[in-house]
Design a protein around this ligand. Structure first.
Ligand code: AP5
Length: 221
């Protein structure tokens, strides 16, 4: 399957993507994670992206689209993928359509995670991420690690993202409403959008997502 996950910052896209990608046996491709990996490796792309991310703005399309295209061209994404954080504006959505058309394939669904803004703020304020793997995400209240500051999965150090400060989160939400939300209408016009509530326990949201995507139990990995 080829799926786009959309929702405000802190909606739980990364959390859900980890479970959905495993269930559907497709790679989880997060442009935010790709940027953060480039930043920690000190690449030119990472240096360029960091100032935009720290300010809560989108990284320019000419950087982002090429990076997403390169990742989607890797062998593991041949049979499908779950995109998290891309596309993030209508220009990126049009570029993605062009890439897929060129390959003779198409998206199957756009999964839209709905969460009230006050919940998003609480989720981001308590988020802690493992330095070893961005797939290991915790929340100090909702999904705490067994030992404070230590990843249950690999023992890595948990940290708070630089762009999770209150001021930057406010900017990221504004950018989401003005630049990213319009892609929902763009995809509605193609009949691709399924909207679910992302409230409730993580496993409940995953079950809701699988049902909304109408995934046959037998097709699950
Ligand atoms: P990105 O990394 O994509 O950030 P985001 O979209 O703002 O989303 P988040 O990662 O903040 O939240 P999430 O929805 O994944 O929530 P999570 O699962 O962690 O992008 C960062 C930046 O990179 C952008 O601002 C931009 O600068 C740049 N960028 C990235 N892609 C780009 C693009 N295409 N174009 C241009 N620029 C781009 O969950 C949040 C917290 O809630 C966690 O603590 C989690 O444990 C908790 N939680 C999750 N689910 C639940 C639940 N059901 N109940 C209780 N708690 C929960």
């Amino acid at each position: 399957m080829r799926i786009v996950l959309v929702g405000p910052p802190g909606a739980g896209k990364g959390t859900q993507a980890a479970f959905l990608a495993k269930n559907l046996s497709i790679p989880h491709i997060s442009t935010g994670d790709l940027f953060r990996a480039n930043i920690s490796q000190g690449t030119e792309l990472g240096k360029r992206a960091k100032s935009y991310m720290d300010a809560g703005n989108l990284v320019p399309d000419e950087v982002t689209i090429g990076m997403a295209r390169d990742r989607m061209a890797q062998a593991d994404a041949e049979g499908g993928f779950l995109l998290d954080g891309f596309p993030r504006n209508v220009g990126q959505a049009e570029a993605l359509d062009g890439m897929l058309r060129g390959e003779g394939v198409a998206l199957d669904a756009v999964l839209d995670l709905e969460v009230p803004e006050d919940e998003v703020v609480k989720r981001i304020a308590g988020r802690r991420v493992c330095r070893n793997s961005s797939a290991h995400v915790y929340h100090v209240v909702y999904t705490p690690p067994k030992a404070e500051g230590v990843c249950d999965e690999c023992g890595g150090e948990l940290y708070q993202r630089d762009d999770d400060s209150e001021e930057t989160v406010r900017k990221r939400l504004e950018v989401y409403h003005t630049q990213t939300e319009p892609i929902i209408d763009y995809y509605k016009a193609q009949g691709l959008v399924v909207t679910i509530s992302a409230l409730g326990k993580v496993a409940e949201v995953t079950a809701r997502a699988m049902e909304a995507l109408q995934v046959d139990e037998a097709a699950q990995g």
